[in-house]
Design a protein around this ligand. Sequence first.
Ligand code: AMP
Ligand code: ZN
Length: 502
Amino acid sequence: MKLFNSLTRQIEPFKAQNPPRVSIYTCGPTVYSFVTIGNWRTYVLSDLVIRTLEYLGYKPDYVINITDVGHLTGDNIGDADTGEDRLEKAARAEKKTAWDIAAFYTEDFLSGFNQLNLVEPKVFAKATEHITEQIDMIKKIETRGFAYQTSDGIYFDTKAFETAGYTYGELSNLDQVKEGARVEPNPEKKDPRDFALWKFSYPGGRDFDPLKDKEEAKRQMEWKSPWGIGFPGWHIECSAMSTKYLGNQLDIHIGGEDLRSTHHPNEIAQAEAACECRPFVRYWVHGAFLQVDGGRMGKSLGNAYTLEDLKNRGYKPEHLRYFYFTGHYRQPLNFTWDNLEAAKQAFGRLVSKLREFKPENGDKQFTVTTQQGKAFKQLFDETIENDIQMPQVLALIWEVVKANIPSEEKYALLMDWDKVLGLWLAENVQTGLQQWEYVGSQSGIKIIADSELSDTVVGFIDEREQARKDKDWEQADSLRDAIRSQGYVIEDTSEGVRVYSA
Ligand code: AMP
Ligand code: ZN
């Protein structure tokens, strides 16, 4: 397996520290608004890395975080230590609490995760649930002489870090550093590159004072710390949570390219300063941005599309995944509705071809025996092992479709490759599903359905779940029949209950 490592700026052979285990961390969303198809491009990249490693026999040990505090709006202009907390700002705009905002958009993220068939990490680590770990890491950084206090918080001392022999900012790409330099410098910082580890809610870390502070500036998310009342800086959560779950040195760290110039160098500095070991991460993988109509995607531009927007226009998550695969992850990819439509058409053609190829007893494992079939398998392996070249994988799929090999061999090859593609090919071949949806339910079980479900059907599924828990198989069977009489077939899978229109 070879990967482009942003640290060395070249494609390198991948070597895990302790194979077959591969520790992987991906920077997740800030949960203050709906996850966009731009964000999803990065999470699908992370999914592809994980699926590829699994396919090649590795055992990924994978964590993704959920930023539910501390990501400030100043990040938009290149200074993540200024501005308002995105969660608190959204709470005011939507007249909800910051905690409700976090819960609501986290649910949106988890639902999309499911719909896009992304492999679940061992933990979705929330920043607000790891305040102690973050404080502990800041304490270590401080003890080692790499932190200092200003009126608005505790800052990382990049000069002291460098003086101690560490390197700061080796990941950064120079253009973006220059851009960052346009921001008004904070006069209390010893060096413009220094960044907040802990931010005070109110100057000096004191408590809210109704005489001095405006009521609307009252923070909802804040914690006591050795330095005063406040909240963690944006970067510290990733260093603290990744090392907690994966150890001090990670094999792979993934994120969008915007994180390469500041967030990731800061994650490295914190983690290395705290553990006095390096490197924090051996392979850094960065995904290029998704554009819309050839330009930037943004809420103010009205083109920050979500999965829901796509569904409302008749597209399935599989179509989006297929569309993402038309570009290599290190190249910008241009989203247009026409491009998505082309992906949908291609996906539909692939599924109908697979229906033709499917052997009568399709559940049986077929092996690839012809010379040409084996050559295809080898080509596929080489293509994904070479920095995950998805456009070439798509080309290969269509070569297989047209090839002069037995149909069942074509079917076997493509189903095997779906372990990496994650396009739910078998399910699509079987049912021709229109719309896979995640529906919450009373019993907490995940229901994935191909169409809107009535409350009656969801109620039956919940009751059946309860009956199964109670081992009342007769009742469970009669509920299955009741669901059937409403026009649905259900299937119990490791992910939850899948519901098909009969
Ligand atoms: P955020 O919610 O802003 O913290 O971003 C979550 C993840 O999505 C980060 O890894 C970003 O780099 C990534 N991201 C944001 N916008 C895009 C985009 N247009 N294309 C690809 N990735 C993006
Ligand atoms: Zn991060």
